[in-house]
Ligand binder design. Structure first.
Ligand code: SF4
Length: 139
């Protein structure tokens, strides 16, 4: 078995990392020494654990979906997942019976992970005076 490619390692601090399995959504916190074993196995086609710690890690990774028999098997899993998400998205689109009005992109939530940056303050505000657009809704 080999490690799947769809794993995103994220630094937490100097001693720990998060491993995000993007095929099944599982997230694990691991120590840096364990991550070093993981790194050693990256790209290895047939992992052979060499000690008790590696055997335990191997079994744990297998149980939590970080291992696959081949890249082809991993791609099959990914394609099934993408097909399922497309199906859900299509159903949701077809079932959509609502309209969302976004009069402003301004936001003052200040989420620490915000990726919008200055965009939340500058762009795309709906100007009711100059747009000339009037909307009337009635049934
Ligand atoms: S992520 Fe950014 S734009 Fe979104 S709610 Fe948080 S602060 Fe606002």
């Amino acid at each position: 078995m080999k490690l799947i490619r769809h794993v995103i390692p994220v630094d937490i601090n100097s001693e720990e990392k998060l491993m995000i399995n993007s095929l099944n959504g599982i997230i694990d916190k691991i120590s840096v020494p364990v991550y070093e074993i993981f790194r050693k196995w990256r790209g290895v086609e047939e992992i052979v654990p060499e000690c008790e710690v590696e055997v335990a890690l191997f079994e744990s990774l297998k149980m939590r979906g970080y291992l696959s028999n081949s890249s082809k098997d991993e791609d099959v899993v990914k394609e099934k997942l993408v097909a399922r998400l497309r199906e859900i998205s299509t159903k949701q689109r077809e079932a959509c019976r609502s309209i969302t009005f976004i009069p402003s992109y301004n936001c003052n939530f200040r989420c620490p992970y915000c990726f919008e940056g200055e965009n939340t303050l500058k762009k795309g505000n709906y100007d009711t005076r100059s747009s000339g657009c009037r909307i009337r809704i009635g049934w």
